[in-house]
Design a protein around this ligand. Sequence first.
Ligand SMILES: [Cu+2]
Length: 156
Amino acid sequence: MRKLALAAATMALIMNPFWATADQTIEVDQITDPGARSAHEMFRFSPDLVKLDPGEKLIFLNSRSHHTVHSIPQFWPEQAPKVAISNKPRVEVALEQEGFYGFTCRRHGTYGMTLLVVVGNPEIGADFEERIDAMRASSREKASFRALIERYRGSL
Ligand SMILES: [Cu+2]
């Protein structure tokens, strides 16, 4: 029983968003887990929900073996430069503007491989469902991204 409780506590930790503190650099890995039970678990960003202060850095690891990192245009601050990474073991990205930054993997986004980075304390606009509808993405990808936003909302 005790082992089970410990496992549950560990799982809860894993499921929680990773909150950055000031001056931290957060690493986001791109995972391929052949032992996973579903495609959504097999291909994923880890962590998949990150909160940063403006100007803090994000490091993307392992944009290889078909993994890429691409901006989701519907969830991207207007003035911020878009991100497009492929075939790179390590890329540093600084996100200067407050807002929601949506990321997808071009190859595995269709299975739900998405990442949400929240910079500062932006408001979740009433139009967020419309934005999700406007994403050029599979229903699984949209559902995965919606779940990230709900997780962020639930953590406030
Ligand atoms: Cu991928």
